[in-house]
Design a protein around this ligand. Structure first.
Ligand code: FA5
Length: 345
């Protein structure tokens, strides 16, 4: 008898969860089919003591009739539910938003491909690194005033006797010494793309930003090679006809050093000084970033003989090249998480 009560409970539980006709038919077969649970109970009647047989048979039949009734009620319920709903098969299907690469990730892929085509190898060095890689190895010993330009954040971490403190790298130039040591002997053709940190916040500066750093070291490398590579990049990334120019500058780790400008992507370099024709550039040129011939001290620190080998390096901001390419006016939008801005690209 206990079995019958348990079966009744189980049936009710299962019936509660039925949501369509197929499931209901399966339930009916399970309990009321030829090899179903109710028939199993009936087959067991021979094992029941004679004086209990009548009572047992009655209970099994009541259970069977109750199951039949409940199944019929459920079937009706399901068919009514179905007919409530009007299904218009001519309506267009639901579309789900399709994700795409973030504007910065997309630029990183584009830039990587441009440099890989001319034999540069993409690397990514730590964004949290020793003071040594970020400064000392770049001809900026402890206390050198040139370090101030990089407004560096220091990590609260035990100082290393040789490598100094840990910093959030303010530039990707920390990859120069690491790459020289990784490769060992030139030729080196590196494109290092990584996150950098400086405490700035305005339309052209964010506290976290990306730089891409080119480094080329080999026999007889000179400024002509540098200029040719910059022209190649400018044409490929900004479009045909884009030109570059070098302006004298100072970096502690390059000698000579330059700032690179490219012809304005909006007026195509047609604006003249004081003419005020183009709102984006004003004089036909836009500043791209820093570059120069690798300083002999930097080569030596990387284990490369500066009397035999020479090289050049550059470091540009990813957010900045995107800004120039699309004529945008505030790089903080890239990181605002506003999908209306991001889905335009
Ligand atoms: C440097 O960081 C040098 N390491 C570049 C270099 C490498 C020179 C190799 C010579 C040889 P600079 O501080 O100018 O240089 O930064 C380079 C570029 O990084 C800037 O032109 C700018 O586009 C970008 N940048 C710098 N700070 C920020 C910031 N807070 N937010 C967004 N972009 C920034």
């Amino acid at each position: 008898m206990v079995n019958l009560d348990d079966t009744n409970k189980e049936f009710h539980n299962e019936l509660k969860n039925i949501s369509n006709n197929d499931e209901l038919t399966n339930l009916q077969i399970k309990y009321l089919g030829r090899n179903g649970i109710i028939n199993d109970f009936l087959k067991k009647i021979n094992d029941i003591p004679t004086e209990e047989k009548k009572e047992y048979g009655k209970k099994v039949n009541e259970l069977k009739n109750s199951f039949l009734r409940l199944i019929e009620v459920k079937r009706k319920e399901l068919s009514e539910k179905k007919s409530d709903k009007f299904f218009d098969s001519t309506l267009p299907g639901k579309t789900f938003p399709i994700g795409s690469l973030h504007i910065v990730s997309f630029a990183i892929e584009e830039i990587t491909k441009i440099f890989e085509k001319i034999g540069f190898i993409r690397v990514s060095y730590p964004e949290v690194d020793w003071e040594y890689s970020a400064f000392e190895a770049l001809n900026m010993p402890k206390g050198h005033p040139a370090r101030d330009d990089f407004e560096t954040s220091y990590i609260d971490f035990p100082e290393n006797l040789k490598f100094g403190k840990m910093v959030l790298t303010p530039h990707t130039s920390n990859g120069q010494n690491r790459e020289m040591k990784r490769v060992g002997k030139p030729p080196i053709r590196m494109i290092n793309i990584s996150k950098c940190y400086r405490p700035n916040w305005d339309a052209t500066h964010t506290p976290m930003f990306f730089q891409f750093e080119g480094l080329c070291v080999d026999l007889d490398i000179n400024i002509t090679n540098l200029k040719g590579t910059l022209d190649y990049f400018a044409e490929k990334y900004f479009g045909k006809g884009t030109k570059t120019r070098l302006r004298p500058h100072h970096f502690q780790f390059t000698e000579p050093s330059f700032e690179v400008d490219v012809t304005c992507t909006v007026c195509k370099g047609t604006s003249k000084v004081n003419e005020n024709k183009c709102k984006v550039c004003k004089s036909g040129w836009l500043e791209l970033g820093g570059t120069g011939m690798v300083h002999p001290n930097v080569l030596t620190e990387g284990g490369i003989d500066p009397k035999k080998f020479s090289g050049w390096a550059f470091g540009f901001g990813i957010e900045r090249v995107i800004m120039m390419k699309y004529g945008l006016d505030d790089i903080r939008n890239y990181y605002s998480g506003d999908i209306r801005f991001l889905e335009q690209f």
